[in-house]
Design a protein around this ligand. Structure first.
Ligand code: TYD
Ligand code: MG
Length: 413
């Protein structure tokens, strides 16, 4: 840590005019995993603490072992502390993913004082603690895994990382409620929170920063899990659309924007007659509230009777859609399933749907259209005010969702 920067807690800080405070650029060390570097804005900042969360089996241990392998390869000493697997299990995995390197140290340990002693002896520049929930301090009365233990162990490790300029990466399991290590106890104290998500049964994995003190949180990383670990996906849109079947109703392709990256995602819906007083609604990868709103708009503004039907909606391939531009696609998938008329193969659609049934402009239109064109789509249904289409793509402007349904020729006969 540079002289004059905040170092240990005993030193007294001196207030300064903001004009005099040093704005020396943060040193960022590339992790050697391009998709992770993209999310981190270049790499890890020495002395920072990063929490990586995700469901069991998603690939957190694999990713971080690869990270240490890469960083050791680049000349850093790294230490992997495993509280869940034995050192030999980790070694077997390291072999699979090509992370065997003499500067990568392993230790199976769960007791915090021992962990700190290991850090003292190895003197690593990067540490992975897998997982923070398995660490415990025998000085505390509470049981391992309890919120008090997790918080205290993290606080102590954080002190060690900050005072020695070590990049610390903590693995955190996502609890049933979807929070990292208890009721968001860790998110406050760490510098960066990265969520690792995806469908465990598909190869695709998405990395997303939900908090980042050193840069924007808008970038996402896309990786795929194979036999030799995680790797960059060359053509993410292509892999999301790989298993698409043509001529089936209830499917629409949307050029979404995730971070800065355009991604073609297939949205599917299945509408079925319901025998329930309150019809069933299921949403996977799409927001249930958004789905309910679109169903109401379809019923009231487009005149499609969906309110008494069961509706299942999903984003294919484990994608999770937060982009409002996907509204029109989701609504079209529902409309198509209801009428049985498939959306044409060469057609994409995007636009936010308003409560009046109008189709509204969304950001990054040119990028969305370019991605669709690059993947061979020929027509796009877009809001009225949308930009001109790139060559080879025809835009069809629809002021309303009803107009979009008509243009796509998926309305009732
Ligand atoms: P893991 O990293 O152990 O997940 P987590 O730490 O998040 O619980 O990886 C889980 C799955 O990944 C496991 O079921 C096996 C699979 N996997 C591969 O498909 N290829 C590989 O090269 C490795 C190491 C794991
Ligand atoms: Mg693991």
């Amino acid at each position: 840590m540079a002289a004059g920067a905040r170092s240990d807690t005993a030193a007294v800080s001196i207030p300064m005019s903001v004009t005099d405070v040093s704005d020396e650029a943060l040193r960022v060390v590339a992790t050697g995993i391009p998709e992770l570097d993209r999310v981190l804005g270049g790499g890890l900042v020495p002395g920072s603490v990063t929490l990586v969360g995700g469901e069991p089996g998603i690939g957190k241990s694999t990713l971080l072992l690869q990270l240490l392998g890469q960083m050791s390869q680049a000349g850093a000493t790294s230490l992997y502390i495993t509280g869940e697997e034995s050192a030999s299990q980790v070694k077997v995995r390291a072999g699979r993913v090509g992370a065997i390197h003499a500067d990568l140290w392993l230790v199976a340990e769960t007791s915090l004082p021992n962990v700190i002693a290991h850090i003292d002896s190895v003197k690593p520049e990067v540490i992975v603690v897998d997982s923070v929930q398995t660490m415990h301090d025998p000085m505390l009365g509470s049981a391992p895994g309890s919120v008090a233990q997790v918080r205290e162990c993290t606080a102590q490790l954080l002190g060690v990382a900050k005072s020695r300029g070590i990049s610390l990466v903590l693995v955190g399991h996502v609890t049933k409620e979807g929070t990292l290590a208890g009721p968001r106890v860790l998110e406050h104290i760490v510098d960066t929170v990265i969520e690792f998500e995806g469908d465990r049964h598909h190869g695709l994995r998405i990395l997303r920063a939900t908090k980042h003190r050193f840069g924007p949180t808008s970038e996402v990383g896309l990786m795929q899990m194979a036999d030799t670990g995680l790797s960059t996906v060359d053509d993410p849109s292509g892999s999301f659309l790989a298993d698409r079947v043509s001529g089936v109703s209830g499917s629409a392709v949307v050029p979404t924007i995730d971070g800065q990256r355009p991604l073609l995602i297939e949205l599917q819906a299945l509408v079925a007659g319901s025998s329930l007083a309150t019809p069933r609604r299921s949403a996977q990868g799409v927001d249930p509230g958004r789905l309910a709103m679109l169903l109401a708009v379809l019923e009231r503004r487009v005149g499609l009777a969906v309110s008494s039907c069961d509706v299942y909606a999903l984003a294919v391939g484990g994608a999770r859609i937060t982009d409002p531009g996907a509204d029109a696609g989701l609504a079209m998938a529902v409309a198509s399933s209801l009428t049985g008329n498939p959306v044409a193969d060469d057609l994409v659609v995007f636009g936010e749907v308003g409560l009046g049934g109008e189709l509204r402009q969304v950001g990054h239109q040119a990028r969305r259209l370019a991605e669709a064109s690059r993947h061979g789509f020929r027509r796009a249904i877009v809001p009225n005010s949308a930009v001109e289409a790139p060559e080879g793509l025809m835009v069809m402007r629809a002021p309303t969702l009803a107009a979009a349904v008509a243009l796509a020729e998926i309305g009732p006969a």
